[in-house]
Design a protein around this ligand. Sequence first.
Ligand code: AMP
Ligand code: GLY
Length: 422
Amino acid sequence: MSTIPPQSAQSVDILVLGGGGREHALCWRLRQSPRCGRLVCAPGNAGIAEVAQITALAITDPAAVAAYAVENSIGLVVVGPEDSLVAGVADALRAAGIAVVGPSGAAAELEASKGFTKDLCAQYGIPTARYRRFAGAADAHHYVAVHPLPVVVKADGLSSGKGVTVAESNEEGLAALAEIHGPVVVEQCLEGPEASLFILTDGQTVRILPTAQDHKRLHDGDEGPNTGGMGAVSPSPRLTPELQQQALDRIVYPTLAAMRERGTPFQGFLYAGLMLTADGPMLIEYNVRLGDPETQVLMMRLESDLVDLLWAAATGTLASVEPRFSPDAAVTVVMAARGYPWQPVTGTVIDGIDAAESLGVKVFHAGTRRNDAGQLVAAAGRVLNITALGHDISEARALAYAAIRKISWDGGQYRRDIGKAG
Ligand code: AMP
Ligand code: GLY
């Protein structure tokens, strides 16, 4: 990292990796900075194309990303999705002398291997569910068959939100186990509401970001299957400042210290998924990147310059930058394609985004493209994120839903209760 020049007032050419609502929200804020030079995003989407140049690039190929960055004189790379990080994209960029926000492949193990993280927690006394690791499903069979209920069965590796089963019977646990290929983690089931905590670190200095609350289930009332997230609010009504401080002191800071001690310091965004139990916050999982759709509400509240912040995080100078966030609340409602999360129907035409935005919301694109006729169409499972600010969550929520009524799209579905009290 020492080869990277210190923070300069010059503009910087930036490459963002990813193509969802998270990356649209990041690109939208980056573009607003006077220090943002050329802004390129791969693979991007139709919304991102309005604020950045889109390019095709193999974003999980470290050599390809580094070569592109060098050839195009990119000064800063911001990595959205975890698979690029786990593949070692940040390592290749650093080796090429390019500033990057995102952990090394070794530090990305915090997300890539649940077993790695559980062992780290055990070693450093970080509160998390009791667990056992197994090399494969067969080895775990007996343990799951007799485990007290409910029993939590997890595939060890990356699984995009799938791969975790909270089983109410031993049979259900065994059925989940049968679906897993590769290493397994079996856990005690924790009780309590969930909340997410986000920090940004340059490896030394830590900046705490506002809290946020995802809504993972497909249907109102937290019914239906788990998804990537159907909406988010910020701040989290559950993670009070006291609980947040406890989680930082007992979970996040010890983890960062442990990673430094192991010689694999963590740099980038760290997202802790927490269970707020009767015994205090406990770690469910780490993600080594920002959440989607949580980023959309965080970016809506960010008031200070995002290029300054990310440049500082990437160059070890975060001590000189303190991000500022609006005291207002933000809500984002995900509009997903019909059939999501199983078989989303894509290609359906979307209209009315300008009308929605005229109410004062921001519509981030999560999965859109232009068809041959130039119309905006759905291109993935999650399609739009209608994002609003308000004095409190209920005001932001009312505005987001008013804006949704301006959007005409036959192929969509969304939850009616994002940010609803209770
Ligand atoms: P993960 O991918 O590890 O975040 O797990 C996905 C979801 O499974 C979490 O958001 C929780 O709702 C649930 N979960 C995971 N681990 C546990 C646990 N030990 N106890 C209860 N619920 C859990
Ligand atoms: N919203 C959950 C995630 O980004 O993993």
